[in-house]
Design a protein around this ligand. Structure first.
Ligand SMILES: Cc1cc2nc3c(=O)[nH]c(=O)nc-3n(C[C@H](O)[C@H](O)[C@H](O)COP(=O)(O)OP(=O)(O)OC[C@H]3O[C@@H](n4cnc5c(N)ncnc54)[C@H](O)[C@@H]3O)c2cc1C
Length: 321
């Protein structure tokens, strides 16, 4: 019997949507281990997110310290490892975001834990399925160490619902040692749009948009829908749009309710990042492109004509309400 320590990311006093997928997986794992889910919030602002977190698990542990203001795997991993021991956890989990993928292997090393990365299914207490080969196959991995480390693919688990009101406790960060690493600065795109990983609607463009200026029409569509912007790697590599818009195997994995793929061919590496979307709309001038095999709605058309028409129709609909 053991608990599941779920490292959860938060922003502005709320758990991130991506953390909710991990909580669904963590609840399943906890059933197999006969324990309960303990949410771990680390960093400056952790306390402010604890009331929201307590709605999703029976226990929340907050480790708040000025020394943990900026995320560094070097400083966060010892906190995670210490809390695994303190909470009697046999499994430690996080969503496979850029932070989760950076943090959990280092915590696993500190704990001598075997790791199952980017899991898509919990099969038993110790076995997990995970996509491989750009999502074309699944492997089942068994982890036989006393503590198991897991990262969870967000698009494969529903967001957890609220489960009541858990208790919140605080724990000390201990001596924070960055092992010579220093946080210098964070270069992040400032945007009023939702985070790509958390968004319910994503509008993504590909190489067929031809240049960055042309993405403005997709941004107008995104803003009408309250959507995040995404892109194929061909578009980000060409410098048309910021690199952190990239969706796919080597970009972000997203699973919004609605995904627009505009002028994107649908290479397997792109599909690996978005095929878990609930509804996929593809706009492409070539009817034979693979994107139409995963699309729920496909429009064979030039974006130059069809996207402005779509925007005009949405504006008309909004005005009539
Ligand atoms: C190891 C590895 C990892 C990779 N990781 C990723 C990843 O994470 N994400 C990713 O996206 N890719 C990734 N790729 C690249 C991937 O293989 C493709 O090259 C890339 O996704 C293609 O991007 P695209 O669809 O925008 O471009 P293209 O394949 O060139 O497609 C452009 C599309 O635009 C359409 N088009 C052109 N003009 C118009 C128009 N006027 N109106 C409408 N449609 C138009 C064309 O018909 C075409 O379908 C990876 C590749 C490798 C090898």
């Amino acid at each position: 019997m053991g608990n599941v320590l779920a490292f959860c990311e938060y922003a502005d006093g709320q758990l991130r949507t991506s953390a909710l997928a991990n909580l669904t997986a963590s609840r399943e794992i906890a059933k197999h281990h006969g324990g309960e889910v303990v949410i771990l919030l680390v960093g400056k602002g952790a306390q402010a997110a604890s009331a929201h977190a307590a709605k999703f698990a029976p226990k929340v542990v907050v480790v708040e310290s000025d020394a943990l203001e900026h995320y560094l795997a070097e400083t966060y991993a010892p906190v995670v490892a210490a809390q695994v021991k303190a909470t009697g956890a046999t499994v430690v989990t996080a969503t496979a975001t850029s932070v989760g993928k950076d943090l959990i292997p280092r915590a696993a090393a500190l704990l001598d834990a075997g790791q199952a990365s980017d899991i898509s299914k919990v099969e038993s207490a110790t076995t997990f399925a995970r996509p491989i080969l750009a999502g074309n196959a699944y492997s089942t991995v068994a982890i036989n160490t006393p503590v198991i480390a897991v990262t969870v693919r967000q698009s494969e688990f529903e967001a957890a619902g609220e489960s009541g009101m858990g208790s919140v406790s605080t724990a000390d960060a201990g001596s924070v040692n960055a092992l010579g690493a220093t946080f210098v600065k964070l270069d992040a795109q400032k945007s009023d749009r939702p985070d790509l990983g958390d968004a319910k609607v994503v509008v993504a463009g590909g190489r067929g948009m031809k240049n960055g200026e042309n993405f403005k029409v997709l941004e107008e569509l995104a803003d009408l829908l309250g959507a995040a912007m995404g892109a194929s790697r061909a578009a980000t590599d060409a410098g048309m749009v910021p690199a952190d818009w990239q969706v796919g195997q080597t970009g972000k994995i997203v699973a919004p309710n609605l995904y627009f793929a505009v002028a994107i061919s649908g290479a397997i590496q792109h599909l690996a990042g978005m095929k878990g979307s609930k509804t996929i709309v593809a706009i492409n001038k070539n009817k034979d492109e693979p994107i139409f095999q995963v699309a729920d709605y496909g429009l064979v058309a030039d974006w130059e004509k069809s996207v402005p028409e779509l925007i005009a129709e949405i504006k008309k609909l909004k005005a009539s309400r």
